[in-house]
Structure formats: structure tokens, C-alpha cells
Unconditional design. Structure first.
Ligand code: SF4
Length: 363
């Protein structure tokens, strides 16, 4: 048995589930912030095994899903330029934008788009296209931002003059604060994202317990991690002492990863950012610092965020805020399927709607 198998051990899972069934006598709703947790909860079958007292709500933790309509429109506008090559992770290719267009349809119409597996690969695309500007689409949370920051620093060292980043990175703690400030949000506890926490640590979440008395547990992605986190939440509710618990100490240090944070701080600065469904959240995004302005795609002539209407009929915003289960959207599995996605939550592998579609036997 390797160390990953140990965190799936059926006998241990059964024992924790039995404890959870015995101890979770008071009803509560927990939101997992991270899309990888969403998928794991379905994939492992946990969703259908949890006690009836526990309601599971999907949250805003899919970076593709929270990318705002205006940001998608900006990608498409850049992709339409003859002098630009877009470099992007593949998960953005099918995200619907205005009039149902996507990077995939733009590519079919002749746009130059290269799918890369790391931001550093985009530097090779720039080197291979000296007559064009290569724009890397910087989308993601604190997990991906350090690698993008390091790539910008490397581009400066290499004196690449035709490489830029369209920086729409987002920060998780301000989004949680915005959720809790919404009087219509009905959440009793958070399961916090393991990958993001590996970078930022536990400290930036302290406000959840201090100001909102909200139990929250950082945990991993295996079934035992999730069950142990739920037992922590039950214990906190019973004791009446909410806290932010780091239960993923095999990966997450309380102070996160200082090296990753340092490169992020060197290249990026916090700004207000647009989130799909959540709107403009103060201090929730990252912009490229003026010292690195030569690598900022928002500095290219004519490139700007322009107000874009939401996708007609799509309820992704309500899904991301936990106000509606994906299968309650009137379009779910009718007009909107993974083959014909109306919104990003059906496109992304970490999207709540895609997870509900794929694992619908568990509903
Ligand atoms: S089912 Fe489709 S249209 Fe409805 S919320 Fe999900 S992605 Fe949006």
C-alpha cells in the first residue's frame, strides 16, 4: 500500500463514516471552496454516503468558472488580432464568451492559439514567433500565480520583448469574505483548498473564525482527508469554538510557501477584480506591477476590460455562490451539457455542473 492508498483505506473510511453518522446529529451545510475537492467528493462516492444531516454545497473554487464574462471577451478580442499568438492552458479553450464564441471557435476561425502545459512553455512560443506578440492568459488562484510571476521574471532576464501576460489571477480569501458578507448565503462551515493553502498557509483565513465564527478546515483530497475534516467541523460545532484548522500538515505549512509568495509579491500587486457571479471584489485580484509593465498585456494599445453582458440563461453565478445546486439550473442536462456548454461550470473539469453531470448516478 503506498501513502496515497492509505488515505483511501476502506476500513478506515468506514470507521470515520460511522463516527460521522453518530456525531453529526445537528444539521449543517458545508461548502468546499476548491473544485478539486468537489470532484473528489463525487469521485470517491462520499457525497452519497454522508449522513443526511450534512448538506454538501459546491463553491467558487474553480478558476475557469470564476473568470468573468468580460475577461473571456478580452481573451477573444486579443485572439482576433493578426499580430497576436495566444498561449493558454487547455481548460480555457471551450469557455463560452459573448455570442457563444470561445477560444476553440476563434481557433477554427484562424486565430493563432497554442495550448501550453506550463507558463514557461509560453516563452518558447514567444521565441518561435519573433514577429508577433505572444500573450499568455494568466488565469487561476494563488496556486498558479507564483509560476506565472516566475515566468515574467524569466522573460525579463531573457529580454524577450514579444511576451506578455493577460493577468486575471484571483485570490481566494477575499472571495470567502464576500460570500460571508452576503446575507443570502447559507453556509455553516468551509472546507478550505489544499493547493491554494500550500502557497498562502493558514493565517490568511483567520478572519473566518475571528470575525464570522465560521469553522474551517484545510484538508487534502483523499476520502480520509475529507472525512477527517468533516469530523473536525462537527467537533467545533459541538464545542462552540470555531477555528481555522490545518489538517493537511503533510503539504501545508501554517505560513505557506514563503518563496512562492515572494515571487508573487515581487511581480504582482493586489487589485480589485471581477468574479463571475460575485461581481467586483476589493483586493481580490492580482495585477502586474509597474516595474514589469513591459510584460502586461493590458498595456497593449486598445486592450481593456469592457463591460460584457452575462450569458443568457446561465446560472453559474448562483452555483458558484452555493445558492443553487447545479442540477437545479433549468438548462442543466438539457440545453447545457459538456458537449454543448452554456456556462463555464459545465466546461471545466473542476466545475460543479460538470461534476454533477458526470457523477449523476450519485445524486
Ligand atoms: S447547467 Fe450550464 S447554464 Fe446552468 S449553471 Fe451550469 S453551466 Fe451555467
Amino acid at each position: 500500500m503506498n501513502s496515497f492508498d492509505a488515505f483511501k483505506d476502506p476500513a478506515l473510511c468506514r470507521a470515520l463514516l460511522d463516527r460521522l453518522r453518530a456525531e453529526a446529529t445537528e444539521p449543517f451545510r458545508f461548502m468546499e471552496v476548491c473544485g478539486t475537492h468537489t470532484v473528489s467528493i463525487f469521485q470517491s462516492g462520499l457525497r452519497s454516503l454522508l449522513p443526511a444531516t450534512i448538506t454538501h454545497v459546491t463553491g467558487p473554487g474553480c478558476p475557469v468558472c470564476v473568470t468573468h464574462e468580460s475577461e473571456v471577451a478580452c481573451f477573444l478580442e486579443l485572439a482576433g488580432r493578426d499580430d497576436v499568438v495566444i498561449a493558454t492552458f487547455g481548460d480555457l479553450m471551450r469557455v463560452p464568451g459573448p455570442k457563444g464564441k470561445s477560444l476553440k471557435t476563434a481557433q477554427a476561425d484562424g486565430a493563432r492559439i497554442e495550448v501550453v502545459y506550463s507558463p514557461i512553455d509560453a516563452l518558447a512560443v514567444a521565441a518561435a514567433n519573433p514577429g508577433r506578440t505572444v500573450v499568455f492568459l494568466g488565469v487561476g488562484f494563488e496556486t498558479t500565480a507564483p509560476a506565472v510571476a516566475a515566468t515574467i521574471r524569466l522573460a525579463r532576464e531573457q529580454q524577450l520583448t514579444n511576451f506578455r501576460v493577460l493577468c486575471f489571477h484571483k485570490l481566494v480569501p477575499p472571495a470567502l469574505e464576500a460570500l460571508l458578507a452576503d446575507p443570502d448565503i447559507n453556509i455553516d462551515a468551509f472546507i478550505l483548498p489544499g493547493h491554494v493553502s500550500a502557497i498562502i498557509g493558514a493565517v490568511p483565513y483567520a478572519f473566518l473564525a475571528d470575525r464570522y465564527e465560521m469553522p474551517a478546515v484545510i484538508t487534502g483530497f483523499e476520502p480520509l482527508d475529507i472525512l477527517a475534516a468533516l469530523l473536525e467541523i462537527v467537533a467545533m460545532r459541538q464545542s462552540g469554538q470555531p477555528a481555522v484548522v490545518n489538517a493537511y500538515t503533510r503539504v501545508v505549512a501554517d505560513d505557506g510557501n514563503p518563496v512562492a509568495r515572494a515571487v508573487m509579491d515581487e511581480v504582482f500587486m493586489p487589485v480589485d477584480a471581477l468574479w463571475r457571479g460575485l461581481g467586483l471584489l476589493p483586493g481580490s485580484g492580482l495585477a502586474i506591477r509597474p516595474e514589469f509593465a513591459a510584460f502586461d498585456a493590458l498595456g497593449l494599445p486598445g486592450v481593456a476590460l469592457r463591460e460584457t453582458p452575462p450569458l443568457a440563461g446561465c446560472r453559474c453565478g448562483d452555483v458558484l455562490k452555493g445558492k443553487m445546486a447545479p442540477n437545479e439550473c433549468p438548462l442543466f442536462d438539457k440545453a447545457c451539457t459538456p458537449a454543448t456548454p452554456v456556462g463555464p461550470c459545465m466546461v471545466s473539469t473542476e466545475g460543479g455542473c460538470a461534476a454533477f453531470h458526470k457523477y449523476k448516478l450519485d445524486l
